[in-house]
Design a protein around this ligand. Structure first.
Ligand code: IMP
Length: 426
């Protein structure tokens, strides 16, 4: 059986967890393949709301195997807290949660260095989530001081590695940023302890996933963040530090591209962004405030207010192209229930040029004005709707236009946070 990918088609927070949760019933294994505790995946079942930062949200489905792949940067404290919280709420992780032995580990100095960098006048302020993600990936690529999960399991090796890396990081902290050095002893002790507690979950997850596929099982790859936050294809430098696009699923889980069947791009029926960087269809002032209030658009990880704006089809066209989207999962349609008029960004005007595609050059993007198409709103509740034909005609027209402009069919519409507030189309 194949592997399928569910990923964010915009700037993150598209409602991937709800879609993954919905699709998990048809999967055997769920794997996270990139990012780290910068992600905040909210799942609502009955009265329980759970925000996942470390473990795939599929863990709430009994009997499903959940994997954190090699492409993720792991914050052991966050992961262990999440395991404890899940167990306390009655969701057992024993023998069904596995962590890649070669995934890299987020250390306290990554967070301290990230904060110092964001506050420094000589660096670009990205508006990161402050979870140490960028510096952890930097160490992975730089190769001198990267710490991997397997190192946590070997106290002697870990002690040597951490003594060297903390000493190197302290040079930067004290000499570049004028800050106090970190004390190595307590960090080493804490991480040896984390290693002991995580040991039962550590595995060769690439082997595990490929074996599952060979046995005819279905693997669902759960993306974090979104396409325009991709380190290569996003609005650089205002991006995260991993490949959030479909290719990242293969490298970050250790499965080949020939295994992938479906790539579902999750997109809101409007657009949001947290952190800094360009956002052509952003609504400033009252209209943006209204959309933020209607959608309760505040970050699941940082609580920051999200910037809100109209749907931008040029973004979706990039997403369809780069990810090879086989379909779109359109979320939060119900948030637009009260809008009398809707606008759809269909392209940009840049000086006397009309651009159909999202420009890669940030300087061009800065000069772009969105070109809008207006559509009538439906001014009626949709949360109770379960069939496409039962949606108000204006809502049906809005969805169809989104599919047309995005160059991918819509396979699912979400009209509320609960698992069943879903309209399947495929
Ligand atoms: P970092 O991933 O913490 O390095 O942050 C880099 C950029 O990605 C910032 O603009 C963050 O706001 C954004 N970002 C990171 N994770 C998420 C997410 O899960 N949802 C939305 N934006 C995110």
């Amino acid at each position: 059986m194949p592997a399928n990918i569910v990923l964010g088609a915009q700037w993150g927070d598209e409602g991937k967890a709800k879609v993954v949760d919905y699709l998990t019933s048809a999967a055997d294994v769920v794997v996270r393949y990139q990012g780290g505790a910068n992600a905040g995946h909210t799942v609502v079942t009955g009265d329980t709301e759970f925000i996942f930062h470390a473990i795939p949200s599929g863990i709430m489905h009994e009997g499903k195997i959940c994997v954190v792949g090699n492409g993720v940067v792991v914050d052991p404290a966050v992961m262990l807290d999440e395991i404890a919280e899940l167990e306390a709420k009655g969701f057992s992780v024993a023998n069904r949660f596995f962590l890649s032995q070669v995934a890299h580990v987020v250390m306290p100095y990554h967070k301290v260095l990230e904060k110092a960098g964001e506050e420094s006048e000589t660096s670009v302020a990205i508006g990161t989530t402050g979870r140490g993600i960028g510096p952890a990936y930097r160490d992975k690529v730089e190769r001198s001081h990267g710490v991997r999960v397997m190192d946590l399991l070997d106290p002697a090796r870990l002690r040597d590695k951490l003594r060297a890396s903390i000493s190197a990081k302290n040079e930067i902290l004290t000499k570049v940023f004028g800050q106090e050095p970190l004390e190595a002893g307590p960090i080493i002790d804490a991480y040896i302890g984390y290693g002991q507690r995580l040991a039962p979950y550590v595995a060769d997850t690439s082997a595990l996933l490929n074996q599952a596929l060979d046995q005819g099982k279905t693997v669902l790859c759960e993306g974090a963040q979104g396409t325009l936050l991709d380190i290569d294809h996003g609005t650089y430098p205002y991006v995260t530090s991993s490949n959030t696009t479909a290719g990242g699923a293969c490298t970050g889980a250790g499965i080949g591209p020939t295994r992938i069947a479906e790539v579902v791009g999750v997109t809101k029926a409007y657009t949001t962004r947290v952190g800094n960087g360009p956002f052509p269809t952003e609504l400033l002032g009252e209209e943006g405030e209204r959309l933020r209030a209607l959608g309760r658009e505040f970050g699941a990880t940082t609580g920051r207010p999200r910037r809100c704006g109209w749907f931008d089809a040029a973004i979706l066209r990039v997403s369809t192209r780069i990810n090879g989207l086989t379909s779109i999962a359109l979320t939060r349609l119900d948030i637009l229930d009260q809008c009398e008029h809707l606008k759809l960004g269909i392209g940009y005007r840049c000086g006397d040029q009309v651009l159909e595609e999202f420009p890669a050059d940030p300087q061009v993007l800065e000069q772009c004005e969105p070109i809008y198409e207006e559509m009538a709103g439906w001014c009626a509740p949709t949360t109770h709707v379960r069939r496409f034909d039962d949606l108000p005609p204006q809502a049906q027209a809005y969805v169809k236009r989104i599919a047309e402009l995005s160059r991918a069919p819509v396979s699912l519409i979400s009209v509320g946070p609960e698992r069943d507030a879903t309209i399947p189309l495929a």
